[in-house]
Ligand binder design. Structure first.
Ligand code: ADP
Length: 280
């Protein structure tokens, strides 16, 4: 009997999965659409992540994302359905049919209102406040890593870079495949990642949302970004961004990590702004 890290809830059988078309290309391999028949007989649409290279160390890295996700339960975080640990290894998640938020923003740019965009920001902020409470840092907050479940609901995904950190500690990254234009100065300089550096990244992600998925600092090379940040340059206010939200962003981009608001603070601020927008 093979030992397994997955509890009964996340151990599923390949026989209960019907594989459909290819959705996209992930870092480890193709992502396919499918249908999963639950033990109760109910059918759910799923996204299946596959892993091209089945060597032990690659497989371990691939499955580390599922390992983190299996402990998460939040309405605005991508839901893990299960893992198949026998080759070929699969990670099975709930399917969000509208795909990546980045693409959705471009397609729907003429019908998305500021109130709707603020609602998406608030939902992601709530997901991040939940992670902050678990001492988990995400490290890759960007519209490419948010999926759209419906016009009313977005989900934070891609826990491939996430880590648990002890309180007062931080995760020192070793990989060089890092999203420089989204990163806080201390992450670029010292590869220091904390909930406060996630707050900085969230600010950049909010900027992307109100810019309809333009790339932050698209006018700069990666290597130029840190100099700009250190001389005090910040992303400008996107035209669609309500001034009170831009006010929050400038606080998320405080040079000193301890001067930034927490996600708990930000949830309150975004809720209030969202409420005011709905009343207008
Ligand atoms: P990786 O993080 O391994 O690079 P991604 O999460 O970026 O892989 O997935 C690759 C593609 O598959 C993305 O473009 C995304 O659109 C699609 N995808 C991934 N997960 C889902 C999901 N749960 N629902 C819908 N589409 C998904």
């Amino acid at each position: 009997e093979q030992t397994t890290k997955y509890d009964d809830k996340h151990r599923i059988s390949r026989d209960d999965i019907f594989v459909g078309r290819i959705l996209g290309e992930g870092f480890f391999g193709e992502v396919q659409e499918g249908v999963y028949k639950c033990p109760s007989g109910e059918r759910t649409r799923v996204a299946i992540k596959t892993c091209k290279d089945c060597s032990a160390d690659v497989k371990e890295k691939f499955l580390s994302e599922a390992d983190l996700m299996k402990n998460l339960d939040h309405p605005h975080i991508v839901r893990l359905i299960g893992v198949i640990e026998v080759d070929p290894v699969w990670i099975v998640m709930e399917l969000y049919e509208h795909g990546e938020l980045g693409n959705y923003l471009v397609e729907q740019q003429y019908i998305l209102t500021a109130a709707k965009l603020t609602q998406y920001c608030l939902q992601i902020c709530k997901a991040l406040a939940y992670l902050e409470g678990l001492n988990m840092v995400h490290r890759d907050i960007a519209v490419r890593n948010i999926l759209v479940a419906s016009a009313e609901c977005v989900k934070l995904g891609d826990f491939g870079l996430s880590r648990y950190v002890d309180e007062q500690e931080y995760y020192k990254a070793s990989v060089s495949r890092l999203p420089i234009k989204w990163m806080a100065p201390e992450s670029i300089n010292f590869r220091r990642f904390t909930s406060a550096s996630d707050v900085w990244m969230f600010g950049v992600c909010v900027w992307e949302i109100f810019s309809m998925a333009q790339q932050p600092f698209y006018w700069l090379e990666n290597g130029q970004v840190i100099n700009q940040l250190e001389s005090g340059v910040r992303l400008h206010k996107p035209q669609q961004c309500p001034p009170p939200i831009y006010g929050l962003l400038t606080r998320c981009w405080a040079y000193e990590p301890h001067s930034r608001p927490t996600f708990r603070d930000l949830v309150l601020s975004f809720s209030e702004i969202h409420k005011m927008e709905l009343e207008q």
